[in-house]
Design a protein around this ligand. Structure first.
Ligand code: NDP
Length: 679
């Protein structure tokens, strides 16, 4: 018998004698024992605060992204043992891949986003600098810095790996240590993964701790710098959200909970069309993956009254081919629910739904089961219901039967479909299948504010669609109202939960130092050597060269026009140019100004500048006429290391004319070798 251990204060604390047995979903046999009664929760919170937090804060966003990548690689190499354990949760191999590989993929994704989007510091800039004074000596800007606290993650039973990693990745990237409390029912899979994480030695001590069993008095120890993130039922979320310590300290609380997700077949879709088949496939897949124990599963199937009979027949036919049984047995396509208790709970909720809906398919009492004793595990067949009066019904819009259960609802027109979808009072995701862009827009506008994600598909996108039920690291996962009001993932949005936004008012010089970002008005540094001769590390923010002027002639403009083929009238036809309200007559091409600017500031010999890879924020602010003399200021604006060989330099470029008027501004991006390489 496996006694699960909590990982607290850098050691494994085995379940105490009062441990609670955890039954296998397959046959009810005890697979593990869990208890956290020997855990000192105050010490756990302290350990995270005083060991994990400083260790993570010593690293930068970039450094922590590197750790996530290493961890994801390590878990990928060691994940196989998790699959064997995962069968006992009732998961088929395909279900486990979503949980285990999906979780590791989320780590990889956050590692990549961190490398690409976050600085090599602990200060993230939010929005542009604002001028707050006439002379420009006093400016404002928002910054974001990591919360000086800990994260407590209370997770649901349905995704013991993904559920942990999708919360862990943004928190660790932000620099916040985590205490993970998995749902007891499937904690043995989470524990096995945390053992791998600890064995890898990749994360600093105290950055992850695990509680197998109850949460004890951990929440009594939260502060206003902490965050509690929860996935599970509405009842538990209310209990946690209203905990006195959370309320008193205004502790951040993120919740993801019940969701009556809808799939809408639009009225333009005819039976027999590709969209019809796509809809039927999507609904049946979402009902049966993880035996419907997915927060994103489709619970309400909204179909035009004119097609509901055809849809009912097609979905029922597909569901009748689902093979329920021991997920290890040959041919089984849907495993049991996580426990007999869950099966009973779903049974009760189906009864509530049946007060308003007729059963189309699904023999609850005597399911046909392959390779297992139906009475010993949480076996249920897919259950399809059809609401008798969708508009009058209430349970079908409010009762989440967390299993392979879904209800068909007929609607008369798009406005009614929108109204019915909204009756879910806030959901994680809805799918609409339509080929009509106007209908798609009407549905999307009608229900977007009630959803965290909308999945709009037709024959052109279905084959490559990631599916209704797949939260993606780059897209928001969460929903308003009943769904909890929280937002997870969504790329950097998930990281922002663990950062505090602060408005800074200061001089441009102080802001340059604080934000790692030079702005016009901050001091310029003049070096003897041209910056293109200096390696990445040697360059300082604010390092500037100012070039000599160059006069732009009419010959230059004509030569450029014929050479490039850009003989646009503003450059070639004096009368036409004068008739244009923006130009005093013929003017230089914008691209000519850029080319001359480069000609003025480059240092041509081979050196540390490896490549020019683009421009950002280009603006032409004033026309350049023949006879004007342009000069350039080139300043190091920002530096971001990329790897051991080179880093990215963002240059602030300003082109001025003989009257010191700005004619063009842009940011130039170059890749620069490190100093050692360059020498
Ligand atoms: P719960 O809300 O009971 O459990 C979720 C998590 O909260 C688990 O880790 C659980 O731990 C923990 N928990 C429970 N009670 C407390 C408490 N008093 N203090 C601190 N932590 C607590 O949800 P279930 O997993 O039992 O699922 C119940 C229903 O919730 C499902 O049938 C479904 O309707 C909904 N649900 C929705 C999900 C979604 O993502 N939308 C996901 C999962 C469930 P422990 O396991 O130790 O009790």
């Amino acid at each position: 018998m496996v006694k699960l251990a909590s990982y607290a204060c850098n050691r494994w604390i085995e379940a105490a004698t009062d441990a609670q047995p955890i039954a296998s979903a397959i046959d009810g046999a005890t697979v593990a024992l869990a208890s956290s009664s020997d855990v000192d929760f105050a010490a756990v919170a302290n350990h995270a605060r005083h060991r994990g937090l400083p260790a993570l804060r010593r690293l930068t966003f970039q450094g922590r992204a590197g750790l996530l990548k290493k961890l994801a690689q390590y878990l990928s190499e060691h994940k196989d043992a998790l699959y064997d354990l995962s069968f006992h949760t009732g998961a088929t191999r395909r279900d486990s891949a979503i949980d285990i590989d999906g979780g590791i993929g989320t780590l990889f994704a956050y590692a990549g986003m961190g490398r690409r989007e976050l600085p090599d510091s602990n200060v993230l800039l939010d929005g542009p600098q604002m001028s707050l004074s006439r002379q420009g000596s006093f400016v404002g800007r928002h910054i974001e810095t990591p919360m000086d606290g800990i994260a407590i993650h209370v997770n649901a039973y349905n995704f013991p790996c993904w559920g942990m990693l999708e919360k862990l990745a943004p928190a660790l990237l932000a620099g916040v240590p985590c205490i993970v409390k998995p749902a007891t029912q499937t904690a043995y899979v989470t524990e096995a993964m945390v053992r791998l994480i600890v064995a890898s030695g990749i994360l600093p001590e105290g950055s992850i701790q695990l509680i197998c069993g109850r949460l004890g008095d951990l929440l009594d120890h939260v502060t206003g710098q902490d965050l509690v993130s929860f996935t599970g039922s509405i009842e538990t979320s209310l209990l946690l959200r209203n905990h006195p310590a959370l309320a008193r300290n205004a502790t951040r609380f993120v919740a993801e909970r019940d969701s009556l997700n809808a799939a809408i077949l639009a009225p333009d879709v005819e039976p027999g069309s590709p969209e019809f088949d796509i809809f039927v496939r999507e609904v049946t897949r979402e009902m049966t993956v993880k035996a419907g124990q997915k927060c994103t599963a489709i619970r309400r199937i909204l179909v035009p009254a004119a097609t509901i009979d055809a849809v009912t027949t097609a979905i029922a036919a597909k569901l009748s081919r689902v093979v329920v049984g021991d997920p290890r047995a040959e041919g089984v396509t849907m495993g049991p629910l996580v426990s007999l208790d869950q099966r009973e709970d779903v049974g009760r909720r189906v009864e509530a739904l049946r007060a308003e809906a007729d059963l189309v398919i699904g023999e609850i009492d005597n399911p046909v089961v392959t390779g297992a004793d139906a009475s010993k595990g949480g076996y249920l067949p897919p259950i399809l219901l059809r609401a008798r009066n969708p508009k009058q019904a209430s349970a079908v819009h409010a009762v989440e039967a967390f299993g392979p259960v879904s209800t068909l609802l007929a609607y008369d027109d798009v406005a009614e479909a929108v109204a019915l979808a909204r009756r879910g009072e806030g959901s994680l995701v809805a799918t609409a299948v339509t080929r009509d862009a106007d209908i798609a827009a009407e549905i999307a506008f009608g229900i977007a504010s009630y959803h965290g994600r909308l999945h709009l598909i037709d024959r052109d996108s279905a084959a490559e669609s990631t599916g209704h039920g797949s939260p993606l690291p780059g897209l928001v996962h969460g929903g308003p109202g009943r769904a909890g009001g929280g937002e997870e993932l969504g790329g950097m949005r998930g990281v922002h939960h663990y950062l505090q936004r602060t408005a800074i008012q200061a001089s441009p010089a102080l802001l340059t130092r604080l934000g790692g970002h030079w702005n016009k008005g901050a001091p310029e540094i003049a070096e003897n050597e041209h910056p293109f001769r200096r390696g990445f590390e040697a360059l300082a923010l604010g390092e500037t060269i100012r070039t000599r002027p160059r006069t732009v002639t009419l010959d230059d403009i004509e030569h450029f026009a014929h050479f490039t083929g850009d003989t646009f009238y503003a450059h070639m036809d004096e009368a036409a140019a004068r008739a244009n309200p923006f130009f005093p007559g013929r003017v230089a091409h914008g691209y000519l100004i850029l080319s001359f600017a480069a000609g003025l500031f480059v240092e041509p010999a081979p050196g540390p500048v490896l490549a020019n890879y683009g421009l950002d924020s280009l603006r032409f602010l004033k026309p350049v006429s023949p006879g004007d003399a342009i000069a350039v200021r080139l300043t190091v604006k920002q530096k971001a290391p990329r790897n051991a060989d080179y880093g990215e330099v963002r240059w602030d470029v300003e082109v001025t004319n003989q009257n010191d008027e700005t004619v063009a501004t842009y940011e130039l991006l170059t890749l620069n070798a490190l100093t050692e390489r360059a020498a």
